[in-house]
Write a protein that binds this ligand. Structure first.
Ligand SMILES: [Zn+2]
Ligand SMILES: [Zn+2]
Length: 306
């Protein structure tokens, strides 16, 4: 009997461990990497079904890594290790595309080697208590604590700045008032890639963090400018999901332009936000709705920032 109980206990413990690992995997996933273009790797966490946190873009500059976005705090060490396992060389720069915690929360894991670079607004937001997306329901916001001083960006950009690592030239460009008020986009023309952070939400309408000074028109302007600066050979790498080709980005931009024009027309005709929301977007645009960003939310983001 004792033996049987011990065996049941052992099985129970094994079940708990398995469930624990499954639960842990669902929360944090496992870190993986994929090469999206020569010298360019995407590092992210996946549960096998969905991705957790944001993409870390790792660019092999020959003698050192350049990293774009540092992941969520608890996942950053894993991303750092994964990058080192692809090629063991130092990380020279780690850029923050904007302040959101899935893009800057992992800065501390990179500071031993890398210089953290962001737009100046990112540093000032992170240095103090700040508000941001709650991500629990559409339109929810919550308060975030200031991050440790050591993890704050040590180099800040106001407009545009160029960096050189190995043979690569990296152009970091700020687009004002788009996803937030501190968006940086990184152009690497020699590799024909653009790291564009959250200016594009690949499976849905763009997110505009109105509390952080973002605007729908700013997203439109930024995408127009990015398209004008690049050609059909470029790959556009977002903070979430898989990269876009130029054709996909064009299609996305068209949706952004036309939905903004639609809301603008109704606002100019004197309709209230509630009236435009009740009317809704034409059917063809509704394929871009997501749970956290339904059309009413996208209409609100446009209406409030026109
Ligand atoms: Zn974001
Ligand atoms: Zn994000």
């Amino acid at each position: 009997m004792k033996k049987l109980l011990a065996r049941i206990g052992a099985i129970g413990a094994a079940v708990v461990i398995v469930l624990g690992v499954v639960g842990y995997t669902q929360i944090l996933g496992f870190t993986t990497s994929e090469r999206v273009k020569d010298n360019v790797h995407l590092v992210y966490n996946t549960s096998g079904f969905s991705r957790i946190g944001a993409n870390v873009i790792a660019i092999d500059a020959g003698e050192a890594w350049v990293v774009f976005d540092t992941h969520l705090g608890p996942l950053a060490k894993g991303a750092f290790k994964k990058i080192k396992s692809i090629k063991d060389m130092p990380v020279r720069y780690a850029f923050n595309s904007h302040w959101h915690p899935d893009h800057s929360g992992g800065n501390a894991a990179f500071t031993d080697e890398a210089e953290i670079v962001s737009h100046e607004n990112v540093r000032s937001i992170l240095a103090d208590v700040h508000e941001g997306f709650g991500l629990t329901s559409p339109g929810s916001y919550r308060e975030y604590k200031a991050i440790a001083r050591e993890a704050l960006p040590e180099t800040v950009i106001s407009g545009q700045s160029t960096f050189f690592v190995g043979a690569l030239q990296l152009d970091a460009v700020h687009y004002p008032s788009a996803h937030t008020n501190g968006d940086l986009v990184l152009f690497v023309d020699q590799l024909k890639i653009v790291a564009i952070g959250d200016l594009v939400w690949p499976a849905g309408f763009p997110f505009v963090d109105v509390h952080s000074g973002g605007s729908a028109n700013g997203v439109r302007e930024a995408l127009l400018s990015i398209m004008a600066r690049t050609d059909d050979q470029y790959l556009f790498i977002m903070g979430h999901g898989d990269p876009f080709t130029a054709g996909q980005l064009r299609e996305y931009l068209s949706m952004v332009e036309k939905t903004i024009a639609y809301v603008e027309k109704h606002k100019a005709a004197g309709r209230t936000l509630e009236e435009v929301q009740a009317k809704g977007l034409p059917e063809k645009w509704r394929i871009w709705e997501t749970k956290l960003n339904p059309q009413e939310e996208w209409i609100r983001m446009i209406y409030e920032t026109l």
